[in-house]
Design a protein around this ligand. Sequence first.
Ligand SMILES: [Zn+2]
Ligand SMILES: [Zn+2]
Length: 119
Amino acid sequence: MSALSAILRSVEGGNFAFWCPGCGYSHQIAVGTPFRNGASWSFNGDVEKPTFAPSLHCKSGHHADGTPPGECWLCKKGSKACGVCHSFIIDGQIQFLGDCTHPLAGQTVQIPPWPNGSE
Ligand SMILES: [Zn+2]
Ligand SMILES: [Zn+2]
């Protein structure tokens, strides 16, 4: 990945990634090359104040594969990797929707600078 600005990185295939302060890891957005499920997004071309459409809906761990939480090996391990992150990214701001499982649910925040040393 290479940095396009403090907040946005380019990913192979014409896609993008930003650091999600709710999840504590990065999310990729398929613009040039759709994801395997066919999903793709539009981008306004502004690397300082990006707008992507439609909304991003990331599910991980048992939220993604449908495992009941009680049987999820990640949750049993005490990992916080399982979650839902649903947001609109407009003008460099992330509008987290109420169905996010992280503490920033329902809040709007600036896309943060990419943390040093993280991929
Ligand atoms: Zn997130
Ligand atoms: Zn889980």
